[in-house]
Design a protein around this ligand. Structure first.
Ligand code: PLP
Length: 366
């Protein structure tokens, strides 16, 4: 029996060759290939600027620092996401204020944001969870009405859009991850989109030890980080980028197959509103509570299918529980339900329709 893992990157010979070509030049840090990647992504998502960094978490950390958010400030984040979304708020000394999600989209419940805004609120980090755009148009209206910054956590959503506009280009910053579970990957890597030259410059200075060039001379103007990407990583992504549209189209076809073939009423399937394009970074279903989700993960593994829970109810993770002790069952019931009953099942470019049918068949037996 061939094991079908939950995720597997699609690295082809030409991608490997692109990396080898860079390695042979001896240029092992940030250089021309990184600049090329930034231009390619800017064209792909229609962003004024793109900055490559060492991972997706670093993109949001840099954005918060560049916006001057820190101690005493509050930042609104969804209660369900990967922990990095809240960790970056903690990293700058600000307080994450959690808002529950909608159970149908797994995205922040826009109708609950206003009640979470206080005089200390400085920003919202909405997440395009699993690659499905949240209602970013409405969030931008809310943010503008309350003079709040928006950093879109689009870690899983390169290629997603609402009303034809790419996610990551609505807010002050957009954040993408190039981790191997994403459609294209540099191993570790991240991309920051920004529409304002001045903010971009700040981020680029912070990415590189706080270095600016003043009167032709290198000066250290900020206490910056080393969050640079290397040229061989950028070459790997540039090569995969050539087939990203095809990859996303194929993943959409596979998602449609699941949609048609999983017919078990004990499994709630994800959906995508008409005004949005989903990347299907994760195909995330909800399992009826009569089935023990964690036992199911083991059962499916024995049948050669890799699955896992999809995202964390962040306030319930040990660090956040110890620090804030929120009553998630009362405050974030949907995030808690998605955390406890959610199941991510395999969906990636190397899968065949026969693999999807096999997985659907096994799920229909439950
Ligand atoms: C929603 C979300 N935000 C942030 C991140 C962090 O990205 P990275 O692993 O590249 O740091 C991830 C990672 O998967 C994610 O899913």
């Amino acid at each position: 029996m061939n094991f079908i893992p939950l995720a597997s990157p699609d690295i082809q010979d030409q991608d490997i060759q692109a990396v080898v070509d860079v390695l042979k030049t001896g240029m092992l840090v940030q250089g021309k290939k990184v600049a090329e990647l930034e231009a390619n992504i800017a064209a792909f998502v229609q962003s004024n600027t793109v900055t490559s960094v060492s991972n997706g978490t670093a993109t949001m950390h840099l954005a918060l620092v560049a916006l001057g958010i820190g101690k005493g400030d509050e930042v609104i984040v969804p209660a369900l996401s990967y922990v990095a979304t809240a960790n970056v708020v903690e990293l700058v000394g600000a307080t994450p204020v959690f808002v529950d999600i909608e159970i149908d989209s797994f995205n922040i419940d826009v109708s609950k944001i206003e009640a979470a805004i206080t005089s200390k609120t400085k920003a919202i980090i909405p997440v395009h969870e699993f690659g499905l755009p949240c209602d970013i148009t409405t969030i931008m209206k809310l943010a503008n009405a309350h003079s709040l910054y928006v950093i879109e956590d689009a870690a899983c959503a390169l290629g997603a859009s609402q009303n034809g506009q790419s996610v990551g280009t609505f807010g002050d910053f957009g954040s993408f991850s190039l981790h191997p579970r994403k459609a294209i990957s540099s191993g570790e890597g991240g991309l920051i989109t920004c529409q304002k030259e001045e903010l971009t410059k700040k981020v680029q200075i912070l990415r590189n030890h706080g270095i600016d060039i003043i009167d032709g001379k290198m000066e250290f103007v900020e206490a910056g980080f080393n969050y640079r990407m290397t040229d061989f990583q950028a070459a790997l992504v540039n090569s995969q980028l050539e087939r990203l549209t095809d990859t996303l189209n194929y993943k959409n076809e596979l998602a449609n197959c699941y949609q048609q073939e999983i017919t078990n009423p004990k499994i709630k399937l994800p959906s995508c509103p008409n005004d949005r394009v989903h990347t299907w970074q994760t195909y995330h279903v909800l399992i009826d509570p009569s089935i023990n989700r964690d036992e199911l993960i083991k059962t499916l593994r024995a049948k050669g299918i890799g699955t896992n829970y999809g995202a964390q109810c962040i306030p319930d993770q040990i660090f956040y529980k110890n620090k804030y002790n929120h009553n998630s069952a009362k405050l974030f019931p949907n995030a808690l339900r998605a955390y406890k009953e959610g199941l991510a099942i395999p969906l990636y470019e190397k899968l065949t329709r026969a693999d999807i049918s096999y997985i659907a068949e096994e799920l229909n037996k439950l």
